[in-house]
Design a protein around this ligand. Structure first.
Ligand code: ADP
Ligand code: MG
Length: 253
């Protein structure tokens, strides 16, 4: 049975998409069967993994709103072992269109039950909000991975996210766990980064990943080439750390 990991933080620009794309590609690289799901209307995960939006016939919208089977939506990527359920801008309407629908919070969970057995890991890239798309993602997941950027106010907004996680645990998905907090975009030249690491570790303790993602320019270049770091620049520091993260996730069980 596949482990489903939602990558969530309602703050934008903290490294959710970068982590979703690169963790997925690195898990595939170490031999796992992986499904990446883009649940952000911006579709940065979709383009970042090299899918041309013009080639997308059905997307996550059709699964969530129109009950189309994920089997009809899943696309192969250029990375062996990595499939994707893409997103398009059509998804922007889903947050509102889902409101009056039956079992609106469990639509993704129900859909994934049809394909889960084909994968070791399913990685879900959440949008920067705590609305129905993120609720669907958390309800469908075994765990949530929370990227936190190493900057001022790193912890700001996290209590809202943790509150949403608690509500989902209570009402929709009692099995949901916290996979870990991932520190991202560390600038090792500043003291600030170190202070943030201490602060986050004080708060989350053993839930913080040992792997810390540094700022790495190759990681920010890769999406415009439609490639994960592992193929764009396999020798870069960015590739090394995301392989480390993939191994840590596997070791987590
Ligand atoms: P989110 O999905 O949370 O909004 P992204 O993953 O899109 O965040 O990251 C925001 C921006 O920061 C993107 O331009 C991305 O390329 C860049 N970025 C993310 N992680 C790193 C990193 N470790 N080093 C350098 N740039 C990064
Ligand atoms: Mg994103």
């Amino acid at each position: 049975m596949g482990k489903v990991i939602a990558i969530a933080n309602q703050k934008g620009g903290v490294g959710k998409t970068t982590t979703a794309v690169n963790l997925s590609a690195c898990l595939a690289h170490i031999g796992k069967r992986v499904l990446l799901i883009d649940v952000d209307p911006q579709g940065n995960t979709t383009s970042g993994i090299g899918i041309d939006k013009g080639d997308v016939e059905n997307c996550i919208y059709n699964i969530l709103v129109e009950d189309i089977s994920p089997k009809e939506v899943i696309m192969a990527t250029a990375i062996e072992g990595l499939d994707i359920i893409p997103s398009t801008i059509q998804l922007a309407g889903a947050e509102i269109e889902l409101v009056p629908t039956i079992s609106r919070e469990v639509r993704l969970k129900r859909a994934l039950e049809q394909v889960e057995h084909n994968y070791d890991y399913i990685i879900i890239d959440c949008p920067p909000s705590l609305g129905l798309l993120t609720i669907n993602s958390l309800t469908a997941s075994s765990s949530v991975l929370i990227p936190v950027q190493c900057e001022y106010y790193a912890l700001e907004g996290l209590s809202q996210l943790l509150n949403t996680v608690r509500l989902v645990q209570k009402h929709l998905n009692t099995n949901l766990e916290i996979e870990g907090v991932l520190l991202t975009m560390l600038d090792a030249r500043t003291n600030l980064g170190i202070q943030v690491i201490d602060e986050v570790k004080k708060y989350f303790r053993e839930k913080v990943f040992a792997t810390i993602i540094p700022r790495n320019v190759r990681l920010s270049e890769a999406p415009s080439h439609g490639q994960p770091i592992i193929t764009y620049d396999p020798k870069s520091r960015g590739a090394e750390v995301y392989i480390d993260l993939a191994k840590e996730v596997v070791a987590n069980g």
